[in-house]
Design a protein around this ligand. Structure first.
Ligand SMILES: Cc1cc2nc3c(=O)[nH]c(=O)nc-3n(C[C@H](O)[C@H](O)[C@H](O)COP(=O)(O)O)c2cc1C
Length: 342
């Protein structure tokens, strides 16, 4: 068993379990992953990257695979419809990665039309043999993330997970929706529970966990080894610390933004605290950008919109973006804007 995977835990009785930042294309860039870790995420995963492009050494795709000494474990996620390219990309990544994660959950047509992502769940034999080929080629743990099924016919994540366990997949993550559902309806945590009970490898539950209340309910239902949080962390990476405090896994005063703000924190109203947290997160995102890949205007724009969502005058953010002469000026403008809303 790898030090980065751990054993399957038993029934959940309130103790801490791993919190994952979900891989999210256009969101889970390196500075955001580092920020999420500082906010309390235990594990981060890169956004999915095309294995064919990686195997052909495409520079743009390799840029997405950059990590930082603080990102331990480093888990790149790959997708693809060609088993050979998947194994080649995994082998190339194994030199720097701690774990390789495979995507069988993406519903985007540009992915499913090459029979990759969630579409592979409609071809379970190919999916399992693809994973087998990868496990044979690398000597680090291989994990897989999937949906409940394609939504055509009966769900098959249960059967696929059992087979993946048999061939040596180290950990499984299940998003409780089908490909057909995309993001509609509610995640079915009871289906995830069945899988948790049926396999001996750790299973991570994913779908609709957004705060301490839903985290508690999901763990009570699934007894999963951990929870993966996606949309709930967009613009709000502090959700990881909030969940840990809400479930009694850490003390509120140990949250890094409270540590940094000191007594000033407790003098604020609840809304003032929420805005101060967003400003702290934004400033850290910028710090981590400087420490890793440098300021990336497109990434900053996306996060700026998310960090300011719902705030008064947030629509002006786009003007701020276009009016700023440099990325540094843009970073400062957002920080000042958030401070004004504290
Ligand atoms: C903008 C966005 C991008 C995503 N990109 C990926 C990805 O690259 N790889 C992946 O496995 N899942 C991806 N997902 C799915 C999430 O990882 C997660 O499974 C899904 O959002 C359900 O979790 P949630 O309810 O916590 O958001 C993405 C989701 C969103 C919203």
């Amino acid at each position: 068993m790898s030090e980065h995977i751990g054993a399957k835990p038993g029934t959940w009785e309130g103790e801490s379990r791993l919190l994952f930042l979900a891989p999210m294309a256009g969101v889970s860039d390196l500075p955001f992953r580092l920020l999420a870790k500082e906010c309390g995420a235990d594990v981060t995963i890169t956004e999915f990257t095309n294995s064919t492009a990686l195997s052909r050494e495409a520079a743009m795709s390799w840029r997405k695979m950059e990590s930082h000494e603080k990102e331990v474990p480093f888990i790149p996620q790959i997708f693809g419809g060609d088993a050979g390219d998947m194994a080649t990309a995994a082998e190339m990544l194994a030199a720097s990665a701690d774990i390789i994660d495979l995507n069988f959950g993406c519903p985007a047509p540009k992915v499913t039309k090459i029979c990759a992502g969630a579409a592979l769940m409609g071809e379970p034999k190919n999916l399992v043999s693809m994973v087998d080929g990868i496990i044979q080629r690398v000597d680090i743990p291989v994990t897989a993330k999937m949906r409940l099924g394609t939504g055509q016919g009966a769900n098959n994540a249960f059967e696929i997970c059992k087979e993946l366990e048999d061939i040596g997949t180290s950990r499984l993550c299940v998003h409780g929706r089908t490909l057909r559902q995309r993001y509609s309806g509610e995640a079915d945590w009871n289906e995830i529970k069945r899988i948790v009970e049926a396999v001996e490898v750790p299973v991570i539950a994913n779908g609709d966990v957004v705060n301490a209340k839903s985290a508690k309910l999901c763990l009570e239902t699934t007894h999963a080894a951990g929870l993966m949080i996606g949309r709930g962390a967009i613009g709000r990476p502090s959700v990881f610390g909030d969940i840990k405090v809400g479930l009694g896994w850490m003390k509120e005063e140990d949250l890094p933004w409270i540590q940094d703000l000191g007594d000033e924190w407790y003098e604020r109203s609840a809304i003032g605290q929420a805005f101060a947290t967003r400003k702290w997160c934004w400033d850290k995102y910028i710090d981590y950008s400087h420490q890793s890949v440098g300021l990336q205007p497109r990434w900053m724009q996306r996060h700026a919109v998310a960090f300011t969502k719902g705030l008064p005058g947030a629509k002006k953010i786009r003007n701020l973006m276009h009016g700023a002469p440099t990325p540094e000026a843009f970073a400062d403008a957002i920080s000042t804007y958030l401070a004004a809303n504290e």
